[in-house]
Design a protein around this ligand. Sequence first.
Ligand SMILES: [Zn+2]
Length: 226
Amino acid sequence: MPSVTVENYLKQVCLEQSRRGGDELVPMGRLAEAVGVTPGTATTMVKSLAEADLLRYAPRAGVELTPAGRRLAHRVLRRHRLVELFLVEVLHMDWSEVHEEAEELEHTISDKVLDRIDELLGHPATDPHGSPIPRADQPLIREDSVALASAPVEQTLTVTRIVDHDPEFLRFAEANGLMPGAKTRITQHLPHADAVTVETENHEPVTLGLAAAARVLVQSEDDDVT
Ligand SMILES: [Zn+2]
């Protein structure tokens, strides 16, 4: 079984790659930041992962997963996201507190237990934050939602996903109705304040800074949902 460190590197490369549409290499600086190590440490690790054929490393350009690396990354993400959903749906934990638990359990839960969870939950497609639950044999998941920060004004939008799992931010999102599946609408762009005002069904209008609005992904009604 791969170590926790290996799994975390592969997971972060996978997340960064899908954020970038899947075609771009992930710069080493970005990866080091995501894993929480210095660039030097990340480079040493990446070289050994490349030797194990889990990553492709292009010096000065960045990294991408090989098919073997992607399979492992998807297994970790699958465990993380199924565990999150289990904790919310079955153990009734708050969606703001399950990410930390899943960060641990994603490395330790057995396939047998995970399969039972998947079955119990009816083979769900997304986790409580709206992130897709991958299968190990699936190609890289492409993000087809856009950030609320760059969505069009005065259009009906559906919240698809919250990408920041910081408990404070999740509580803020929930208090303002910004949950996966909710309908919302940008009523105002305030470029000089770096902010947008949104109106979400059954909630008072709220103003979000663009940094916060970048953490909420939405789909416009007119988009094809694929
Ligand atoms: Zn999470």
